[in-house]
Each structure stands twice: as structure tokens, then as C-alpha cells.
Design a protein around this ligand. Structure first.
Ligand SMILES: *Cc1c(COP(=O)(O)O)cnc(C)c1O
Length: 515
């Protein structure tokens, strides 16, 4: 099939038309933001479209037939983030320009593990990293980074580089029999007293201090790296890390530490007080590393209105961003950044078939040492195209539009007799629950409310009417509902209508339960 002069674009042109037509048809098949009927019905419809017969038949149906039928099925069976009533997760409607750029990458199939698989892609990634480093406030001439599969991988890398660096520093200070003055970002650190590591005492894994509202991937990453000591730091009533609680935790752990702060918590969108946290971490007497998980909130950097909420982010030792959230990229578009080369030696490797030293020296840059992965598509390309196409102003306006929607939702909830707001709006997440008239206090009432809110969400899912988030919140870990508003094309009227539907669904379930 592939001969000299073969042009993949020629094959693709006809198939693209099939794909686009099927996307339209599938959307019409689905009447709302997700397929109706509940999980069993959706499963059956999916199996029907994949069949009949084995998925890997002896002879296939042909490209256009299979692509058209299955794309229509996938579309009809999708939760569509472009529908204003799809608002449960950090699941954004991707920009068409980024999707198209992604198609170019899929067609060319470059891989960043060696220069000869991605001659231009290598430079594109380095430039995207530099642009994002500048946005974060790092010096782009010294910053190092990589494009990742998302916050999960970026958090793992932060813990990896952080534990490597603090562990090495601890070994060095043990070898010297004392903790010398440490340098951080080129600034001399405070003269250290003899921490546990300095005394050569505890040699257990470096503890990871993370707020109770931190993302589950932090705990998972720590486990994978053998960092078995994860300390949950308390949060305040707005779900931000409590600085006094961090101070106390740091005092209890006077050896090397990793601290993970969050800029945009998953449930409330809360931003930890980054500047105060950075000051505390960097005046710790033993080696320390501050990783900021800004997978959710990092997109606020595009917005003039909201960027100030991330003050202190530039003091981090590593940062995770996710442009498949407030960046409107098709996933994956995670970013991992550090202000300097510190820590990266952990990933360096010279592999004969990928990056022999003489080729690297001669300028054939390999990004192998930037990632845990080997084959790696240049997800930086769609980001580069998006940046050039929209500029910071338009991206910032999209962030602001989502923030406006969340502020609107909070006002509607505050004014509604049966909806109750659970946290202030910081970014574009709105945490709330339905509380029917006459609800009293007590555990039994709490259990009834939990069931009711869970039932509202399932009813909306089964009807194919809305995708509303669910989590727990508050001291009793009560079931709450959540809107994560990432669709800048949605309107205030859409959000009002969605909240009215949630309340009406609650009313209906309460009425059905009356004898
Ligand atoms: C989404 C998110 C993650 C996980 O990122 P993935 O891209 O899903 O791997 C981690 N932390 C926070 C705060 C997030 O919002």
C-alpha cells in the first residue's frame, strides 16, 4: 500500500469526511449530553454496534464502513463536554484547531525519544516548555520541562525528582556529618541545624506532606516510588492547605521533606496559599522540595483577572499543569516544569540506539531524559498551534468566561431555597447540594441527604439529561454535587437551567418517596 511518493493525506481526506459526517449523525442520535437509558442499555448499544460476530473477524468490513459505523456509535455513546449540561469533571470541549493539529501529529507520527524520529518536534516541545515556564514565572533560559500524559504523570515526576534531590542532599550532608548551608534557586539557604538526616539517624523514605484535599495521584505516585510516609495536612473551611498545620507538620518532620501544594483542588477548585507555603518549605532546616500540583488551576495563568491567585507558583521546585483542562486541548496535554536542571539527573540515560553522546554533542538533541516514557508523541504541537492561533488574550477570555459562569452558579445556588453552596468559587468549580425543606440535623437526616443527592445525580445520568459531578465534602464527608464549568460557550441561562433541573429532580425524588 505504502510506496514511494505515497501521501497519507490522500487516504485521509475521504476518511475524514466519513468521520465528520459520523460525528454529526452520532450527535443527532443522542438527544442530550450523554446517552440515555443507564449503563446496561448503553453497554448493549455499544456491543450491538461493535458486532455482530467477533470484533476481530476473519475479513474486515472495509475502512469507510467500520470507521463510519463505529464513530457514529462512539459519538452517540459519549458524554459530550461541548454540551452545557455536561459539567461533572475537568473534561473540556477541545478546540477544533487543537484537534486538527493533533491529527497532523497522528499522521506524521513523530516520537521524541530520539532526534531522528522528530527533528522539528523536538524543538517544538522545547519551545512550548520555555513559553509555559515563562508563564509560570520561571526563567525560560534555565527552566526544564516536558509534556506529559497529565497531572498523574507530572505529579509522579515531581515526587521522583524531589525525592532524588532531597535524598541525595541528605546523603551528602550525612557524609559530611553535618548539614551545611543549602542553596535554593541560587539563593543561600538558612544555616541548617542538624536534622535527623544530618545526624545520620532516620534513613526511611522522605515523607510527603500533602493537604487532605490533594489529588489521589499524589498518594499513588508516592506509593509507586516507595515513599510510604504520606502525611495529610489539614485544610481550612475553604479547602486550602492550612499554613499553621503545615508549619506544625514540618516541625515534626525535621529531616528531608517533599511538600505537595495544590493550585485548584479537584473538588472545590481551591488554591493553597502558595507564597506562604513556599516560604515555610524553603526555610525548612533540612533538604526540601515543593511540588505544586496546578493541573487544574494552572490555566488561570492565562487570565489577567485570575493569574494573581497563583502568586508564589514561581517559588515551586516543580509544577504540574494540565492543558487538557483549562487549556481546551484534547487529552493528553500535561506539563511538568522545574525552574532549573536540579533533579533531572535521575532520568538521564545514554542509550546506544537512541542518543549516543557524540550525536547529542553534535546537536542531535534527544528528549529521552525528559520522560519516563520512550516512544512519545509531540503533544506539544497542538499546544504550540493553539498558542499561536489564540494568543494569551483569547485563552484568558475563555478562562474568565468559565469563572463568570461559576460565579453565576454560586449566586443562583445562594438564592435558591433548596440548594446549598459548600465552598466559595475560586476558579470554575461549584460545590453544592440539594437540601429539601424541613431537613433537620442528625446522622439519620445526613444519611437521607446523602442518598438523595446521590439519587439526583444517577437519575440525571440515566435520563441522559445532565452530567453533574458527585463527591464528598465537609467534616461529615457528606455527599455533594459539583459543577465543573469548562465550557466557555455555555451561557448563564444554560447554567441557571441546569441548576433548575437539579432542583426539580430533587423535588421529584422527594415527592416519589412520600407515601
Ligand atoms: C486532573 C488532576 C490531576 C490528574 O491529572 P490527569 O491529567 O488526569 O492525570 C491531578 N491533580 C489535580 C489537581 C487535577 O485536577
Amino acid at each position: 500500500m505504502t510506496g514511494p511518493g505515497h501521501r497519507p493525506a490522500d487516504d485521509l481526506r475521504a476518511l475524514l469526511r466519513v468521520t465528520l459526517d459520523a460525528l454529526d449523525a452520532g450527535r443527532r442520535d443522542r438527544s442530550g449530553p450523554l446517552p440515555a437509558g443507564g449503563p446496561a442499555a448503553v453497554r448493549q448499544a455499544t456491543l450491538d454496534a461493535l458486532g455482530p460476530g467477533p470484533l476481530l473477524p476473519r475479513t474486515g468490513d472495509g475502512e469507510a464502513a467500520a470507521l463510519g459505523a463505529l464513530t457514529r456509535m462512539l459519538t452517540a455513546g459519549s458524554a459530550d463536554p461541548a454540551d452545557p449540561f455536561c459539567a461533572a469533571h475537568l473534561h473540556c470541549p477541545p478546540l477544533a484547531v487543537a484537534v486538527a493539529a493533533d491529527l497532523a501529529v497522528s499522521t506524521l507520527n513523530p516520537s521524541l525519544d530520539s532526534w531522528d524520529q522528530a527533528p522539528a518536534g523536538t524543538t517544538v516541545e522545547l519551545e512550548v516548555v520555555a513559553a509555559l515556564a515563562e508563564l509560570v514565572g520561571f526563567d525560560p533560559a534555565h527552566a526544564v520541562g516536558t509534556v506529559t500524559t497529565g497531572g498523574t504523570e507530572s505529579n509522579l515526576m515531581g515526587l521522583l525528582l524531589g525525592s532524588h534531590t532531597t535524598g541525595q542532599a541528605a546523603v551528602r550532608s550525612r557524609a559530611r556529618g553535618r548539614s551545611g548551608p543549602r542553596a535554593h534557586h541560587g539563593r543561600p539557604g538558612p544555616r541548617a541545624h542538624l536534622g535527623r538526616a544530618g545526624r545520620g539517624g532516620s534513613t526511611g523514605p522522605v515523607p510527603v506532606l500533602c493537604s487532605a484535599a490533594g489529588h489521589h495521584s499524589v498518594r499513588r505516585g508516592a506509593e509507586l516510588l516507595g515513599l510510604t510516609k504520606v502525611v495529610a495536612v489539614a485544610v481550612d473551611t475553604a479547602y486550602r492547605m492550612d499554613v499553621q498545620a503545615l508549619r506544625a507538620a514540618l516541625a515534626r518532620h525535621d529531616g528531608p521533606v517533599l511538600v505537595v501544594a495544590t493550585a485548584g483542588t479537584t473538588d472545590a477548585g481551591a488554591i493553597d496559599p502558595l507564597a506562604e507555603i513556599a516560604d515555610l518549605v524553603h526555610s525548612h532546616p533540612a533538604p526540601s522540595w515543593l511540588h505544586v500540583d496546578a493541573a487544574h488551576g494552572g490555566g488561570a495563568l492565562f487570565s489577567r483577572r485570575l493569574a494573581g491567585r497563583l502568586t508564589g507558583l514561581d517559588q515551586a521546585d516543580s509544577v504540574a499543569l494540565d492543558l487538557h483542562k483549562l487549556g481546551w486541548q484534547p487529552a493528553p496535554a500535561g506539563i511538568f516544569l522545574t525552574p532549573s536542571r536540579r533533579g533531572w539527573s535521575r532520568l538521564e540515560a545514554e542509550i546506544a540506539y537512541l542518543n549516543p553522546a557524540d550525536e547529542t554533542t553534535a546537536g542531535y538533541t534527544s528528549l529521552l531524559g525528559r520522560s519516563l516514557r520512550t516512544t512519545r508523541r509531540p503533544d506539544a504541537f497542538k499546544i504550540a498551534v493553539t498558542f499561536r492561533a489564540l494568543g494569551r488574550e483569547r485563552l484568558g477570555a475563555m478562562v474568565d468566561a468559565c469563572h463568570d459562569l461559576a460565579e453565576h452558579a454560586a449566586r443562583v445556588i445562594a438564592d435558591h431555597p433548596r440548594l446549598e453552596l459548600a465552598a466559595p468559587v475560586t476558579l470554575s468549580t461549584v460545590l453544592f447540594r440539594y437540601v429539601p425543606a424541613g431537613t433537620g440535623a442528625g446522622t439519620e437526616e445526613g444519611t437521607r441527604l446523602d442518598r438523595l443527592n446521590a439519587a439526583i445525580r444517577s437519575r440525571l445520568l440515566d435520563d441522559g439529561a445532565a452530567v453533574v459531578g458527585r463527591t464528598t465534602a465537609g467534616p461529615e464527608a457528606a455527599v455533594h454535587l459539583k459543577l465543573t464549568l469548562l465550557n466557555p460557550a455555555a451561557t448563564a441561562a444554560d447554567v441557571s437551567a441546569l441548576l433548575a433541573l437539579v432542583a426539580a429532580t430533587g423535588d421529584r425524588i422527594v415527592a416519589e418517596a412520600q407515601p
